[in-house]
Write a protein that binds this ligand. Structure first.
Ligand code: 13P
Length: 243
Protein backbone atom coordinates (compact mmCIF):
# COMPACT_ATOMS: atom_id res chain seq x y z
CA UNK A 1 0.00 0.00 0.00
CA UNK A 2 1.40 3.46 -0.85
CA UNK A 3 2.67 5.43 2.16
CA UNK A 4 0.74 8.53 3.19
CA UNK A 5 3.07 11.54 3.43
CA UNK A 6 1.38 14.49 5.14
CA UNK A 7 2.87 17.96 5.57
CA UNK A 8 1.55 20.05 8.44
CA UNK A 9 2.64 23.61 7.77
CA UNK A 10 1.19 24.80 11.10
CA UNK A 11 0.99 28.64 11.28
CA UNK A 12 3.60 29.26 8.60
CA UNK A 13 3.44 30.81 5.18
CA UNK A 14 2.29 33.86 3.29
CA UNK A 15 0.78 33.45 -0.15
CA UNK A 16 3.64 34.22 -2.54
CA UNK A 17 6.33 31.98 -1.04
CA UNK A 18 3.88 29.22 -0.11
CA UNK A 19 2.35 28.91 -3.55
CA UNK A 20 5.81 28.86 -5.12
CA UNK A 21 6.73 26.11 -2.67
CA UNK A 22 3.73 23.99 -3.53
CA UNK A 23 4.28 24.43 -7.26
CA UNK A 24 7.83 23.21 -6.86
CA UNK A 25 6.56 20.24 -4.89
CA UNK A 26 3.94 19.37 -7.49
CA UNK A 27 6.61 19.28 -10.22
CA UNK A 28 8.83 17.09 -8.05
CA UNK A 29 5.97 14.65 -7.36
CA UNK A 30 5.16 14.50 -11.05
CA UNK A 31 8.78 13.65 -11.89
CA UNK A 32 9.14 11.07 -9.13
CA UNK A 33 9.29 7.50 -10.29
CA UNK A 34 9.10 5.72 -6.93
CA UNK A 35 5.32 5.73 -7.09
CA UNK A 36 4.94 4.47 -3.57
CA UNK A 37 3.30 7.38 -1.78
CA UNK A 38 0.32 9.68 -1.66
CA UNK A 39 1.11 13.24 -0.64
CA UNK A 40 -1.09 15.63 1.34
CA UNK A 41 -0.30 19.19 2.43
CA UNK A 42 -2.14 20.98 5.22
CA UNK A 43 -1.41 24.71 4.94
CA UNK A 44 -2.89 27.45 7.13
CA UNK A 45 -6.58 27.99 6.35
CA UNK A 46 -5.79 31.32 4.68
CA UNK A 47 -3.95 29.49 1.90
CA UNK A 48 -6.40 26.69 1.20
CA UNK A 49 -8.22 28.41 -1.65
CA UNK A 50 -5.21 29.56 -3.72
CA UNK A 51 -3.32 26.36 -2.95
CA UNK A 52 -6.32 24.27 -4.02
CA UNK A 53 -6.45 26.19 -7.30
CA UNK A 54 -2.77 25.38 -7.94
CA UNK A 55 -3.15 21.69 -7.04
CA UNK A 56 -6.47 20.99 -8.73
CA UNK A 57 -5.09 18.75 -11.46
CA UNK A 58 -1.99 17.60 -9.60
CA UNK A 59 -1.16 14.48 -7.61
CA UNK A 60 -1.04 16.28 -4.24
CA UNK A 61 -4.17 16.42 -2.04
CA UNK A 62 -4.74 19.03 0.65
CA UNK A 63 -6.40 19.43 4.01
CA UNK A 64 -7.10 21.69 6.99
CA UNK A 65 -5.37 21.72 10.37
CA UNK A 66 -8.53 21.77 12.49
CA UNK A 67 -12.29 22.14 12.21
CA UNK A 68 -15.21 22.92 14.50
CA UNK A 69 -17.58 20.18 15.62
CA UNK A 70 -20.64 22.06 14.31
CA UNK A 71 -21.43 22.35 10.62
CA UNK A 72 -22.19 26.09 10.97
CA UNK A 73 -23.20 28.61 13.61
CA UNK A 74 -22.15 31.47 15.86
CA UNK A 75 -18.53 30.42 16.42
CA UNK A 76 -16.39 33.46 15.66
CA UNK A 77 -13.05 32.60 14.14
CA UNK A 78 -13.75 28.89 13.73
CA UNK A 79 -13.93 26.87 10.52
CA UNK A 80 -16.49 24.15 9.87
CA UNK A 81 -15.75 20.84 8.17
CA UNK A 82 -18.12 21.54 5.21
CA UNK A 83 -16.16 24.78 4.60
CA UNK A 84 -12.96 22.77 4.26
CA UNK A 85 -14.71 20.38 1.91
CA UNK A 86 -15.98 23.37 -0.04
CA UNK A 87 -12.35 24.39 -0.64
CA UNK A 88 -11.53 20.98 -2.07
CA UNK A 89 -9.95 19.54 1.07
CA UNK A 90 -9.94 15.77 1.42
CA UNK A 91 -8.33 15.71 4.87
CA UNK A 92 -8.34 17.49 8.22
CA UNK A 93 -5.82 17.11 11.04
CA UNK A 94 -7.59 16.85 14.42
CA UNK A 95 -6.40 16.72 18.00
CA UNK A 96 -2.84 17.80 17.25
CA UNK A 97 -0.91 18.07 20.51
CA UNK A 98 -0.51 21.81 19.93
CA UNK A 99 -4.31 22.05 20.06
CA UNK A 100 -4.77 19.53 22.86
CA UNK A 101 -2.12 21.36 24.88
CA UNK A 102 -2.56 25.04 24.06
CA UNK A 103 -6.27 25.10 23.24
CA UNK A 104 -7.23 22.56 25.90
CA UNK A 105 -8.96 20.28 23.42
CA UNK A 106 -10.12 17.06 25.04
CA UNK A 107 -10.44 13.70 23.34
CA UNK A 108 -14.23 14.16 23.47
CA UNK A 109 -13.82 17.43 21.53
CA UNK A 110 -11.65 15.62 19.00
CA UNK A 111 -14.25 12.85 18.56
CA UNK A 112 -16.99 15.44 17.96
CA UNK A 113 -14.83 17.21 15.38
CA UNK A 114 -13.99 13.91 13.68
CA UNK A 115 -17.68 13.06 13.47
CA UNK A 116 -18.32 16.40 11.78
CA UNK A 117 -15.39 15.82 9.42
CA UNK A 118 -16.80 12.43 8.46
CA UNK A 119 -20.24 13.89 7.85
CA UNK A 120 -18.63 16.43 5.49
CA UNK A 121 -16.80 13.70 3.58
CA UNK A 122 -13.33 14.43 4.95
CA UNK A 123 -10.73 11.97 6.14
CA UNK A 124 -9.90 12.79 9.77
CA UNK A 125 -6.24 12.51 10.74
CA UNK A 126 -6.59 12.00 14.48
CA UNK A 127 -3.40 12.74 16.43
CA UNK A 128 -2.41 10.98 19.63
CA UNK A 129 0.79 10.92 21.65
CA UNK A 130 2.20 10.99 25.15
CA UNK A 131 4.16 13.67 27.01
CA UNK A 132 7.75 12.96 27.94
CA UNK A 133 6.88 12.60 31.63
CA UNK A 134 4.18 10.05 30.73
CA UNK A 135 6.69 7.97 28.78
CA UNK A 136 9.25 8.25 31.57
CA UNK A 137 6.59 6.98 33.96
CA UNK A 138 5.86 4.03 31.64
CA UNK A 139 2.35 5.31 30.96
CA UNK A 140 2.69 5.90 27.21
CA UNK A 141 0.51 2.98 26.14
CA UNK A 142 -2.24 3.71 28.63
CA UNK A 143 -2.26 7.42 27.65
CA UNK A 144 -2.39 6.67 23.93
CA UNK A 145 -4.92 3.86 24.46
CA UNK A 146 -7.23 6.25 26.27
CA UNK A 147 -6.79 8.96 23.63
CA UNK A 148 -7.68 6.43 20.94
CA UNK A 149 -10.72 5.07 22.68
CA UNK A 150 -12.06 8.57 23.40
CA UNK A 151 -11.05 10.47 20.23
CA UNK A 152 -12.29 8.07 17.54
CA UNK A 153 -16.05 8.45 16.95
CA UNK A 154 -18.38 5.63 15.96
CA UNK A 155 -18.49 7.02 12.41
CA UNK A 156 -14.83 6.10 11.90
CA UNK A 157 -13.68 3.52 9.36
CA UNK A 158 -10.33 2.73 7.71
CA UNK A 159 -11.57 4.75 4.72
CA UNK A 160 -12.31 7.97 6.60
CA UNK A 161 -9.86 7.93 9.51
CA UNK A 162 -6.07 7.96 9.82
CA UNK A 163 -4.26 7.85 13.15
CA UNK A 164 -1.09 9.90 13.67
CA UNK A 165 1.15 8.89 16.55
CA UNK A 166 3.16 11.94 17.53
CA UNK A 167 5.02 11.66 20.83
CA UNK A 168 4.77 15.23 22.15
CA UNK A 169 8.42 15.32 23.21
CA UNK A 170 9.52 14.56 19.63
CA UNK A 171 7.63 17.44 18.00
CA UNK A 172 9.88 20.24 16.80
CA UNK A 173 12.66 19.10 19.12
CA UNK A 174 14.90 17.20 16.75
CA UNK A 175 14.42 14.13 18.98
CA UNK A 176 12.73 11.15 17.33
CA UNK A 177 11.46 8.11 19.11
CA UNK A 178 13.72 5.09 18.71
CA UNK A 179 12.81 2.49 16.09
CA UNK A 180 11.87 0.10 18.89
CA UNK A 181 9.62 2.68 20.57
CA UNK A 182 7.90 3.39 17.24
CA UNK A 183 7.56 -0.32 16.41
CA UNK A 184 6.07 -1.07 19.80
CA UNK A 185 3.63 1.84 19.84
CA UNK A 186 2.48 1.28 16.27
CA UNK A 187 1.86 -2.41 17.01
CA UNK A 188 -0.13 -1.35 20.08
CA UNK A 189 -2.18 1.14 18.01
CA UNK A 190 -2.69 -1.46 15.25
CA UNK A 191 -4.24 -3.73 17.86
CA UNK A 192 -6.78 -1.00 18.64
CA UNK A 193 -7.62 0.39 15.18
CA UNK A 194 -7.31 -2.56 12.82
CA UNK A 195 -6.92 -1.52 9.17
CA UNK A 196 -6.76 2.25 9.74
CA UNK A 197 -3.56 3.82 8.45
CA UNK A 198 -1.13 4.80 11.21
CA UNK A 199 1.34 7.65 10.67
CA UNK A 200 4.37 8.56 12.76
CA UNK A 201 5.17 12.22 13.44
CA UNK A 202 7.84 14.09 15.37
CA UNK A 203 11.07 15.47 13.89
CA UNK A 204 10.78 13.40 10.70
CA UNK A 205 13.33 14.60 8.16
CA UNK A 206 15.04 13.33 5.01
CA UNK A 207 17.83 11.79 7.07
CA UNK A 208 15.56 9.51 9.15
CA UNK A 209 12.54 9.02 6.87
CA UNK A 210 13.65 5.79 5.19
CA UNK A 211 14.27 4.06 8.49
CA UNK A 212 10.98 5.23 10.01
CA UNK A 213 8.87 4.51 6.93
CA UNK A 214 10.02 0.90 6.87
CA UNK A 215 9.14 0.06 10.46
CA UNK A 216 6.24 -2.41 10.75
CA UNK A 217 2.83 -0.74 10.98
CA UNK A 218 4.15 2.68 9.91
CA UNK A 219 1.85 3.57 7.02
CA UNK A 220 3.24 7.05 6.52
CA UNK A 221 4.47 10.17 8.28
CA UNK A 222 3.10 13.50 9.51
CA UNK A 223 5.80 16.10 8.99
CA UNK A 224 6.01 19.60 10.47
CA UNK A 225 9.15 21.69 9.99
CA UNK A 226 10.66 19.62 7.18
CA UNK A 227 7.48 19.91 5.11
CA UNK A 228 8.21 23.63 4.65
CA UNK A 229 11.20 22.82 2.45
CA UNK A 230 10.10 21.28 -0.88
CA UNK A 231 13.36 19.36 -1.54
CA UNK A 232 13.43 17.95 1.97
CA UNK A 233 9.74 17.01 1.95
CA UNK A 234 10.13 15.36 -1.44
CA UNK A 235 13.14 13.42 -0.17
CA UNK A 236 10.96 12.16 2.71
CA UNK A 237 8.27 11.06 0.27
CA UNK A 238 10.81 9.34 -1.99
CA UNK A 239 12.09 7.40 1.02
CA UNK A 240 8.84 5.38 0.81
CA UNK A 241 10.38 3.52 -2.11
CA UNK A 242 10.42 -0.19 -1.46
CA UNK A 243 14.12 -0.83 -1.99
P1 13P B 1 8.01 18.45 13.43
O1 13P B 1 8.14 17.56 12.21
O2 13P B 1 8.41 19.87 13.17
O3 13P B 1 8.67 17.84 14.63
O4 13P B 1 6.44 18.52 13.77
C1 13P B 1 5.72 17.34 13.83
C2 13P B 1 4.29 17.67 13.87
O5 13P B 1 3.79 18.21 14.83
C3 13P B 1 3.48 17.35 12.67
O6 13P B 1 2.14 17.47 12.94
Amino acid sequence: MPKLIVGNWKMNGLAAESLARVEKLAVAVENDSSNNFHMVVCPPATLLAPLGAKLKDKAIRWGGQDCHAAASGAFTGDIAAPMLKDLGCDFVILGHSERRGRHKETSADVAAKAKSAHAAGLVAIICVGELEAERDAGKHESVVGQQLSQSIPDTASPENTVIAYEPVWAIGTGKTASDDDIRQMHAFIRGKVGRMQILYGGSVKAANAREILHIDNVDGVLVGGASLKPEEFMAIASASKLT
